[in-house]
Write a protein that binds this ligand. Sequence first.
Ligand code: BGC
Length: 740
Amino acid sequence: MKITFRFLLSFPLLLSGTGLWAANELPVYQDESRPMDERVEDALSRMTTQEKINMIHAQGKFSSPGVPRLGIPDLWMSDGPHGVRAEINWNDWGYSNRTNDSITAFPALTALAATWNPTLSHDYGNALGEEALYREKDVMLGPGVNIYRTPLNGRNFEYMGEDPYLASVLVVPYIKGMQQNGVAASVKHFALNNQELWRGHINVELSDRALHEIYLPAFKSAVVDGDSWTIMGSYNQVRGQHACHNDLLLNKILKGDWGYKGVVVTDWGGAHDTREAALNGLDLEMGSYTNGLTSESAFTTDDYYMAKPYLAMLEKGEVPMSTLDDKARRMLRLNFLTAMKRNKPLGSVATPEHYAVAEAIGNEAVVLLKNDPVSKKSPKLLPLSPDVKSILVVGDNATRDLMKGGGSSELKVKDNYTPLQGLKAIYGDRVKYAQGYRAGRPMYAHVEDVPQAIQDSLREEAVAMARDADVVVFIGGLNKNHLQDCEAGDRVDYGLPFGQPELIEAIKEVNPNIVVVLLSGNAVEMPWAKDVPAIVQGWYLGSMAGKSLANVLSGKANPSGKLPFSFPAKLEDNGAHHFGTISYPGDSIKQEYLEDVLVGYRWHDTKKIPARYPFGHGLSYTTFKYGKPTASAKTIADGESLTITIPVTNSGSVEGKEVVQLYIGDEAASVVRPLKELKGFEKIDLAPGEEKTVCFTVKPDDLKFYDDTTGSWKAEPGKFKAYIGSSSTDIRATVPFELK
Ligand code: BGC
């Protein structure tokens, strides 16, 4: 007889039926060989109402209770989304000051998005999941997929850019990679938290089309395809109701249309009303009354909306008990998948493997925006020649710890490999450094005043040193200070801060061989761009930032990053800003998304307002030739797919990766549609002279828009065009076709 493992597991149960082995019998809810639903129902049937209530709200800053009587463990959470945050005190925002909570910082999510590489996204999620396991976390608060609507949003760096398709394709493998470790992802912030200013109350009004076509798809992919076990509601209101207990978003769309089985967790302090929380799909309340200062002693977690007040409403019959059971069921399932899961790996932190993942993502994230020769006869500045005699590195960001600050995504890193260290490792003492400008200490919620005299002397020093250098590498951009790339506030200025534009111009006057590297999670105004031969977008690349940047600048890695959002020349060129303050930032009570579906490149393209650097743009040290496309048909019937293939050749002299992008445009429609929209991409690796054929399938859904008169997706017959290119504006081939 073949004795299976499953049979052996059930042995105690068989014996227990005889009364022989009752002591070892596992209760159904603890038996991992049983179906999940059975286990959940069993646990639920053993719980008191008070135990269910306990489970659905916080007990400390980052923990919610299990059921001690039943051996169901507490849940532990942590930010998210770029690494595991340092330990925070049980009941206030202070650090626990532990010495074993330093970790790997992975590149920020905008950087991940710039790789256009789903495999790297899976590696990211997995490595972060391993770090979370080591730190004994059950839920990681990320990834974020709010759409990049305006370059002023202080939190864009935590998100995946302006395009719903790109964000959808990249968010799914991150979640799967993480959750395969038994650590839940918490995709956030659902939904429409697209600015930080007034985030706690601003009421977002928008059309159904914009909601479904632009702002929801990445969340839908995260829960439907990625099976994210939790989702975090956002602080703002949507159509007059807070997003954390919003009937439309949570009941109708998330749990209704998308069939979501997971847990809806509030953003910290995002709950505002017990009845709505009970009825409108919220499952776990965190962070209410947590200013840690005044109200903490008066309000405890028992006073949370989903604690005593909810119990009182249940007892009075004002809300049905089924609402609580539904929440408790979801919490139990989450617990069984994470905290209570047996045989989980132990995880690991700051390993060479995790550093290699961070470095690989960094290598593919860096975007070469511009690389022109300084004069007609001179070679391009990048990659920096191995024989360069002297490099002057200028800029605060060359040495700064850019993991500090920024709000909840701040990280305490084990190692911080800075850009200056990266360049020194390759070019040795040919590298000199001048700070050039001072940005002040990382500060959350206020800005440090930096005296003008310091700035003048730093600038003079940098300019003097620049005169004698072969090449100047300026490493500036934004940082994680308040009013920069930082939570709880938006940028107030689209330009570079701390006098950087003037500094760049002054250096350029004495030395035209200048490479500008911008570290930021946002687009910035670049009036100086025409005067500078080489510009690199270097994001926030985490612990291994200096390695990846030096790899790209030296040519060890050939840049292959592509912009996940447009860089408008002027702020007014961005769709959200075109309509004045009611569109952004609103009147403090409400705002209207008047650009509608024309977000990012959809606006630039359709309105013929070119961006300075368009969505999908990114140069390489090699060149790629696109051949003639072929299509499987000229006309397709409703419901049919179309196949388009195109050969791409590396026509330069070094190996390189190209992101081949497919956009689809509806030539004539009964509604305003973007000129074209991203519907496919593939990143290919080509040796010099090598050719590969990329094959795209245009599916029926790729032709549809959301018809808000019927509340369904619709494709209208007529002419369409497929655009294939190296960016949203560098289109190398088009394929017209017709839908019958
Ligand atoms: C942020 C969330 C974060 C939470 C916990 C909130 O302020 O908006 O993204 O996960 O705090 O730190």
